[in-house]
Structures are given as structure tokens and as C-alpha cells.
Design a binder for this molecule. Structure first.
Ligand code: LRH
Ligand code: MN
Length: 385
């Protein structure tokens, strides 16, 4: 049990700055009380998640949603709050110039502009001390014939190579794939294979990020995780859950068993080891639920799935598997999944000087009442879409 506790204490989950702002769908973005008005306040809210869970020490930024005059000052503000700046997310999906694509656009001017933004994000990494750039491209087409699928891959590869060459010592980028939306016929980075192929061509500083909401229904995501880990190309996760499409709901909320199966392949593949460098990031939107408790619950969902994955009796599983004992092997797997790990995690938190129940601790902390009273006026943060 000691190793399991050590692995759980070493767990590191990164929360996204945009989860603390207002979000919604094309139908409505609902405003909530106490929502931050700037990246400084977003960091303060993220620090609450770390304060109560103990395992969320970094925050991913999204540019320009988190644009500030002085990124070094923002990073020192984070340190004062007891957190750090994590991945820098580029945004080449919210400018009118990008209607037909960004780095894949037919126009060289638009491609230049988009690649320029990606390079600016590396400058921001230098200023914040971040080692990870996360690249998601909304690029795609809506109608067959609208553009040349192969030419768009050439354009994408050219831009990625330029960004790759700009990366400094210890820096990397993670290429994110997504099956569809906002493009509804062909997306230029639609699946893990496309992302993987581009990353293999580029080199060791390019890895793949698995957003758990970006697959076709029925996709075996844990297989993709096992494969990418084996190839040393799993750079990280954008954790969330979905019932239908890219719903960005709380990770583990829609399918906790899938999250367990994913975390088992992470554990089995050495993905929890720090040196493997897998970034466990949340990428969610709390459209109707309170933001900070939503993040705390999400961190706890990943922690619970990880604890269950660590409890799988690997020897018994390997023995049953080698004997072809189908039901025996499945039973070993399910025993771990059906184990209530909440007492273990409550004990672990108390041993780390934290309250056993982070949700209750936050609810009685008075923090929400404080920000709801203080954060009046100004523009609440959001996606700015
Ligand atoms: C795209 C995505 C990407 C982010 C955005 C917030 O759907 O998953 O990771 O840039 O959400
Ligand atoms: Mn994502």
C-alpha cells in the first residue's frame, strides 16, 4: 500500500484557466457569480483547487484568453499562490482570418499569421517558464472539394516544422487531434494516427495529447493510450467526459469505468512515472455547475480512477492472462474497479495535512462568498467567442 500512496501523493493534475471563466454552448453562455475577470483571479481560483486536493499544482493558460502585459509577473503571482504555470495553449480558431483554416489555409498570408501566433506562444513559454505548448487546430473543411486534403497536410507539416525548430532546451509541443467540430466534413488533425505520424516525422519534442472527448463514439481510447505510451509519444491528456460529442463535462462523470481503464493503461505503461513526462490536464467547461467545486470534483475523479488502477493485482492478472483464464483475468480487473478507494484517499489527505473531503472543505472555506462579494463589475472572463 505504501507504493500506492507514494504514487498518489506524487500525482500531478493540471487545471485549465478557462474552466474558471464563463462557458456554454452556441445557444447560451451562462454568467455565474464570482467568476474571475482576469488571469490573476483565475490563478487564485486554481490555487483553491490545489489547496484542497494537494495534487493540482499547475494551471494551463490559453492565449489570448490569458493575455497579460507581463507574463513573468503572472508567473510570480502564481508562485505566490502556491501554483505554477503549466501548458501554454495556442488559439488559431477565433479570428475571422481563420474561417477556411489557419496553418492549413490556402492563403500564405493567413498561414504566416497563424504560425506567427504559435511562435509567440513559445515566447510566452520562455517568459512563464513553461515547457509545454499545446497545439489544437480547428482547421478543416465542411464540403467535399472545398480544398485539397493533401495540400492542407503539406501546409500543416510546414508550420509544425517551423514551430518545432523554435522550441528551446527542455521544451516540447503536444499535438491535439479531434474528429470533428467546428469542421463538419474533414478535420486536418482528426485522429491519433494523423497526430502521431506528424509527431514521429518531427522528432522527440513532438508528442500527442489525447483529449478524451475527441473520438468517434465507441472508440477504445485506452488502446490508443497503451499504443502511444509504448511508442513514447503520449505527451498528455485533456481530460473531460461526454455522453455524445465534445461535451467537455467533468472527467469520469459520464463513464468512470472508461477513465479507470485509461488510467490502468497509464499505470501499466509507466505513465505515472515523472520521467515519462505525461501531462495530466483537465480541459472542461462548467456551463451550469459552480466552477471551483467542479474542478475539485474532477481532480478527485481522476485520483479515484488512478487509485483503483494502482490496486489491480498485476501478478494475479498476468497469471490469469497467461493461462487464458478469460473470466479470471476480467475478475481481477473488476475487483480493483469495484473497490471503494474513498477511505484510502481520505486517509492519504489527512496524512498530507489536508481535510479528508476536499468538496466539504471548500464549501465551508468561505472562499466563494468572498469572491462573490469582491468580484463585482468588470468583465467576467469567458471564451470570448
Ligand atoms: C478543442 C479543445 C482544445 C482547446 C479548447 C479549449 O475542442 O479541446 O484543447 O484549445 O478545447
Ligand atoms: Mn482539449
Amino acid at each position: 500500500m505504501t507504493d500506492i500512496k507514494a504514487a498518489l501523493r506524487a500525482q500531478h493534475i493540471e487545471t485549465p484557466s478557462w474552466a474558471y471563466g464563463n462557458s456554454g454552448t452556441r445557444f447560451k453562455v451562462f454568467a455565474q457569480k464570482g467568476v474571475p475577470r482576469d488571469p490573476y483571479e483565475k490563478l487564485a481560483d486554481a490555487a483553491q483547487v490545489h489547496a484542497h486536493t494537494g495534487i493540482a499544482p499547475t494551471v494551463a493558460l490559453h492565449i489570448p484568453w490569458d493575455k497579460v502585459d507581463d507574463y513573468a509577473d503572472l508567473a510570480s503571482h502564481a508562485r505566490d499562490l502556491g501554483v505554477g504555470i503549466g501548458a501554454i495553449n495556442s488559439n488559431v480558431f477565433q479570428d475571422d482570418d481563420y474561417m477556411l483554416g489557419s496553418v492549413t489555409h490556402p492563403s500564405a498570408r493567413v498561414r504566416r499569421k497563424a504560425t506567427g501566433h504559435l511562435l509567440e506562444c513559445v515566447d510566452i513559454m520562455d517568459a512563464t517558464g513553461s515547457d509545454t505548448l499545446k497545439l489544437w487546430f480547428s482547421d478543416g473543411i465542411n464540403y467535399p472539394g472545398q480544398d485539397d486534403l493533401r495540400a492542407r497536410q503539406d501546409r500543416l507539416a510546414e508550420s509544425l516544422a517551423e514551430v518545432y525548430d523554435r522550441l528551446g532546451e527542455g521544451q516540447r509541443f503536444l499535438l491535439e487531434y479531434k474528429l470533428f467540430e467546428p469542421a463538419f466534413y474533414a478535420t486536418d488533425v482528426p485522429d491519433w494516427g494523423t497526430a502521431y505520424a506528424h509527431c514521429v516525422k518531427l522528432g522527440p519534442k513532438a508528442q500527442v495529447v489525447v483529449d478524451t472527448g475527441h473520438h468517434a463514439p465507441g472508440t477504445n481510447i485506452e488502446f490508443i493510450v497503451a499504443f502511444l505510451l509504448r511508442e513514447g509519444k503520449l505527451g498528455g491528456f485533456d481530460f473531460n467526459s461526454r455522453f455524445y460529442a465534445d461535451d467537455d463535462l467533468m472527467v469520469g462523470a459520464a463513464d468512470p469505468f472508461q477513465l479507470f481503464r485509461i488510467m490502468f493503461e497509464v499505470v501499466r505503461g509507466g505513465g505515472l512515472e515523472a520521467e515519462t513526462g505525461v501531462a495530466f490536464m483537465l480541459d472542461q467547461c462548467h456551463n451550469i455547475e459552480p466552477k471551483i467545486p467542479g474542478q475539485i470534483r474532477s481532480v478527485m475523479n481522476v485520483q479515484e480512477a488512478t487509485a483503483k488502477a494502482l490496486l489491480v493485482d498485476r501478478e494475479a492478472l498476468a497469471a490469469a492472462q497467461s493461462e487464458g483464464d478469460v473470466l479470471g483475468a476480467n475478475a481481477v480487473f473488476m475487483d480493483a474497479y469495484n473497490t471503494d478507494v474513498r477511505p484510502l484517499l481520505a486517509e492519504l489527505r489527512e496524512e498530507s495535512g489536508l481535510a479528508p473531503d476536499p468538496m466539504a472543505a471548500y464549501a465551508t472555506s468561505g472562499y466563494f462568498e468572498k469572491i462573490a462579494a469582491e468580484r463585482v463589475g468588470g468583465n467576467q472572463a469567458g471564451w470570448g467567442a
